[in-house]
Ligand binder design. Sequence first.
Ligand SMILES: Nc1ncnc2c1ncn2[C@@H]1O[C@H](COP(=O)(O)OP(=O)(O)OP(=O)(O)O)[C@@H](O)[C@H]1O
Ligand SMILES: [Mg+2]
Length: 252
Amino acid sequence: MKNEAIENNPILTLANVSKNFGGVVAAKDINLSLYPREVFGLIGPNGAGKTTLINLITGVNKVDQGTIKLNGEDITNRPNYYRARAGITRTFQHPHLLQRCDIETNLFLGIDLANKKNAARDIEDREYLDMLLDRAGLNINLSHSIGKLAYGQQKLLEIVRALLTHPQVLLLDEPAAGLNQREMERIDKLIEVAITKDAAVLIIEHRMDLVMSICDRITVLNFGNQIANGTPEEIQSNPVVVEAYLGRRHNA
Ligand SMILES: Nc1ncnc2c1ncn2[C@@H]1O[C@H](COP(=O)(O)OP(=O)(O)OP(=O)(O)O)[C@@H](O)[C@H]1O
Ligand SMILES: [Mg+2]
């Protein structure tokens, strides 16, 4: 992806965001900004607080301290549906799909929830959907049940569903986990769609080959702390990151 320069105002800003669960520090003084057309990586060991950050941005969890702004508007205390309608969309570490419903119902659920019901099913959106399914490599019958799809296909379908809402901020929680190499290559093609629409993409991922190849900037979390920020090159050669995360992975 690798964008040229960050010349715009940020779409999303987190300022001094903190969150504890009982005695667990899940986020401590997190500061980050997402800019249009950038792919931002969030990495770190298990339990570092990566998913929590998505939960705080989407409003699933409330911050203890700090501020979250979307296009300059303070959304810190806004409910999750407000944030969804304002253009913040996510996927889940493990797909959240309605297993008993057909694929089409699942696909349009996000749009229905974002209250764009009538706009969702017109011809233009159908063409957009076909384009997304093609990029995802999903040659599927939409009337089939979700259960007919393999795990990797379900995860790609979640990204398609997210893109159907035309997000400004797309938050992907470990999209490549459980995907084979061919499926993983589809993620890049789907992210490209969000980028051409001037969205910002935040990706949490343990697959370092993917992270290092698509991210413009990366933040590393460890025990809720933001231990490093930088380009993929800077992160890979940062001794603190190698000690806390990358080295451990290579030695595993
Ligand atoms: N709702 C919750 N209630 C209590 N503790 C929580 C809750 N959500 C997260 N935690 C704790 O906060 C810490 C961070 O969890 P989080 O799921 O954000 O980590 P992560 O970086 O996404 O890890 P992984 O790579 O395993 O997905 C963990 O110790 C976790 O147990
Ligand atoms: Mg997680």
